[in-house]
Design a protein around this ligand. Structure first.
Ligand SMILES: Cc1cc2nc3c(=O)[nH]c(=O)nc-3n(C[C@H](O)[C@H](O)[C@H](O)COP(=O)(O)OP(=O)(O)OC[C@H]3O[C@@H](n4cnc5c(N)ncnc54)[C@H](O)[C@@H]3O)c2cc1C
Length: 299
């Protein structure tokens, strides 16, 4: 894997290629040796607009990719740029997913989380890991990276909320089924299987060693709970409002630990995250105001 040391200097880079992934999402390819490990991010700057954190969707010695969904000022402006236009890039930054040769990984992706999870899968298969790649979306038109993932030769499991492709339901329900079919061993005892299918598979299936998740926070919380139910460690990539990305501004401080997401994360363990009062509950905006994922219950 191509690893470079922490670097917070800007590189001004031309966009080498743009791939339209779906109606609202594009991948921007830069021909530059950025370095970086799966789960790390970079800061992308459009002068006069903003600077925002973006996950590294792929990186090798020749190029790196960033996959961006157009939702607001910065991302919509990025979508108006063309091949040859330049942006500022700082990185790679933050923590990354850790895995060992031969492990069996369940990668759970929602929305543009499929892009950084693709990078995990790409690096994991290189060292002989077995990968279950779970990709969830509201409907089939919003699924991302399916062909790229299939190109890696890993097991792709699709879910859609409306059933227009794959399993009908949430990707975390699918994770629960797959984990039941690959039970972890505890003290030499198989965990309780939840279905006949899982009992049939249990004898031959290689247990899942780790669960990694990237996507909406509520989905990642559910993925952590499913992994814990099956006795398996989980790590997930947290998305907090970041301004500097290098621990200077304090914008991405996590309640109540005070840890900075840009330094302690973005990839953090479920064991740490599950204790946080904000996990799956709310996020903060540029002014630090709380926005609840669901309306809080009236007291
Ligand atoms: C570590 C990290 C990695 C990230 N990686 C990526 C990535 O790979 N690709 C990517 O597209 N974005 C990524 N983001 C989010 C990105 O940094 C911006 O927040 C996002 O592009 C929105 O910025 P904006 O200025 O376009 O919209 P804003 O003006 O900030 O937001 C516009 C509206 O969209 C909402 N919104 C903001 N972000 C999202 C979102 N992600 N999904 C749905 N609604 C949203 C806001 O609440 C607001 O209502 C990452 C964030 C972090 C912290």
């Amino acid at each position: 894997m191509n690893i470079k040391k922490f670097d917070s200097r800007f590189q001004i880079l031309p966009i080498a290629k743009i791939i339209q992934e779906n109606a609202t999402t594009r991948t921007f390819v830069f021909e530059h040796n950025l370095g970086g490990r799966p789960g790390q991010f970079l800061m992308m700057w459009i002068p006069g607009v903003d600077e925002k954190p973006m996950s590294i969707a792929f990186a090798d010695e020749k190029e790196f990719w960033v996959t961006v969904c157009a939702v607001g000022d910065f991302s919509q402006k990025l979508h108006t740029l063309h091949v040859g236009d330049k942006v500022g890039v700082r990185g790679p930054l933050g923590t990354h997913y850790k895995f060992r040769a031969g492990e069996h990984l369940a990668l759970v992706a929602g929305g543009y989380g499929a892009a950084p999870m693709y990078f995990v899968a790409h690096e994991a298969v290189k060292i002989g890991c077995k990968v279950e790649f779970l990709s969830g979306a509201r409907n089939k038109d919003l699924l991302l990276y399916s062909e790229k993932v299939l190109g890696l030769g890993v097991n792709l499991h699709i879910s859609t909320d409306d059933g227009s492709a794959g399993f009908k339901g949430y990707v975390t329900q699918l994770l629960d089924q797959i984990m039941a079919a690959h039970p972890a061993r505890h003290g030499g005892r198989l965990l309780q299987s939840t279905s006949r299918l899982s009992e049939t598979l249990a004898s031959s299936a290689q247990k899942i060693d780790q669960v990694f998740a990237c996507g909406p926070e509520v989905m990642m919380k559910a993925a952590g709970q499913v992994a814990e139910k099956h006795g398996v460690d989980a790590h997930m990539s947290m998305e907090k409002y970041m301004k500097c990305g290098i621990g200077v501004c304090g914008q991405c401080a996590i309640d109540d630990s005070g840890d900075l997401c840009c330094l302690k994360g973005p990839v953090m363990s479920w064991g740490y995250l599950k204790k946080l009062p904000e996990m799956g509950q709310y996020h903060r905006d540029a002014q630090g105001r709380k926005h609840y994922f669901f309306k809080p219950l009236a007291k």
